[in-house]
Design a protein around this ligand. Structure first.
Ligand code: B12
Length: 212
C-alpha cells in the first residue's frame, strides 16, 4: 500500500492531511486521492474483521475519511459544468445501515456531472424510497448498503417499487462494497456498482437511452 493508504490504516490523521495537501499541491486528482484513501479504509475494515481494531477505531477511520472528503468535495464540485441538468437520481442508504461516506462520494460526483440528486440520507425506510420515486418521477433509484444483513432490505425496497406499479419507470442500481452480480440478481436490481465511476457511467447511459 502507498503512504497515504498506510497513514489512514494507521489512523494517523495529521499525516493523512499532510499527504493529501501534498498531493493536491502536486495536482493529483481528487478521485485518485479518494481511491488511495479507500485502500486505507478497506485495510481498517480488515483489521476490524480480524479483531485487531474495534468500534472506536472504525469510527475514527470514518471521521478521518469524512474530514478528507470535506477538503476534496469542493474541488470536485468546482469541475461541475454549467448548463442543462442531465436527469434526476434519488439515492439513499437502506434501513438498518448508516454507512454514508461512499454514498456521499457518489452524490458529489453525480452533481459534478450535472445530475440533480435527491439524497434521502441513511437508514431510509422502504416507504420513503417508494414515495420519492413516485413524486419525483426519477428514472434512477440508487440504493447504498455496506452490510451483508441489508441485502434483504434492498430486495424489500425493489419489491415495494414493483407492488406500487412504479418498476417500469425506474432503473435501480445498488452500490456498496457488499454488492455483486449475485446480490443484484437476488434483489432484482438492474445494475450494481462497487465504485462511484461505474455508478455514474450507468446513470449517464440510462438518461442517454431515454433521450434517443
Ligand atoms: C467507516 C466504517 C464505519 C463507520 C461509518 C461512518 C459513515 N458515516 O459512513 C461506522 C463506525 C459508523 C461503522 C459502523 C458499523 N460498521 Co462499518 N465500516 C466502515 C469501513 C471501515 C469503511 C466504509 C467506507 O466508508 N468506505 C469508503 C467508501 C468510499 O467506500 P464504499 O462505502 O464502499 O463506497 C464506494 C462504493 O462501494 C460505491 N458505492 C457506495 N454506495 C453506493 C451507492 C450507489 C447507488 C452506487 C452506484 C455506488 C455506491 O461508491 C463508493 C465510492 O467509490 C468499512 C470497511 C469496508 N471494507 O467497507 C466497515 C464495514 C462496512 N463495517 C462493518 C460493520 C460490521 C459495522 C458495524 C455493524 C460495526 C458494529 N459492530 O457496530 C456498524 C454498523 C452500523 C450500521 N447500522 O450501519 C463491516 C460490514 C461487514 C459486512 N459485510 O456485513 C465492514 C465491511 C468492516 C469489516 N470488514 O468487518 N462502520
Amino acid at each position: 500500500m502507498k503512504e497515504l493508504a498506510n497513514a489512514l490504516r494507521d489512523l494517523n490523521e495529521d499525516k493523512v492531511h499532510e499527504l493529501v495537501d501534498a498531493k493536491l499541491a502536486e495536482k493529483v486528482s481528487p478521485i485518485d486521492i479518494i481511491n488511495e484513501c479507500n485502500e486505507g479504509i478497506m485495510a481498517v475494515g480488515e483489521l476490524f474483521a480480524s479483531e485487531k481494531y474495534f468500534l472506536t477505531e472504525l469510527m475514527f477511520s470514518g471521521e478521518i475519511m469524512q474530514s478528507v472528503m470535506a477538503k476534496l468535495e469542493p474541488l470536485i464540485a468546482i469541475k461541475s459544468a454549467e448548463g442543462q441538468i442531465v436527469g434526476t437520481v434519488v439515492i439513499g442508504t437502506v434501513a438498518g445501515d448508516i454507512h454514508d461516506i461512499g454514498k456521499n462520494i457518489v452524490i458529489n460526483l453525480l452533481r459534478s456531472h450535472r445530475f440533480k440528486v435527491i439524497d434521502l440520507g441513511v437508514d431510509v425506510p422502504t416507504e420513503k424510497f417508494v414515495d420519492m420515486v413516485r413524486t419525483s418521477g426519477t428514472k434512477i433509484l440508487g440504493l447504498s448498503a455496506l452490510l451483508n444483513t441489508t441485502y434483504p432490505e434492498m430486495k424489500k425496497v425493489i419489491d415495494a417499487i414493483e407492488t406500487a406499479g412504479l418498476r417500469d419507470q425506474v432503473k435501480i442500481i445498488i452500490g456498496g462494497t457488499v454488492t455483486s452480480e449475485n446480490v443484484r440478481d437476488f434483489t432484482g436490481a438492474d445494475a450494481f456498482a462497487n465504485d462511484a465511476i461505474t455508478g455514474i457511467n450507468y446513470c449517464k447511459s440510462v438518461y442517454e437511452s431515454f433521450s434517443k
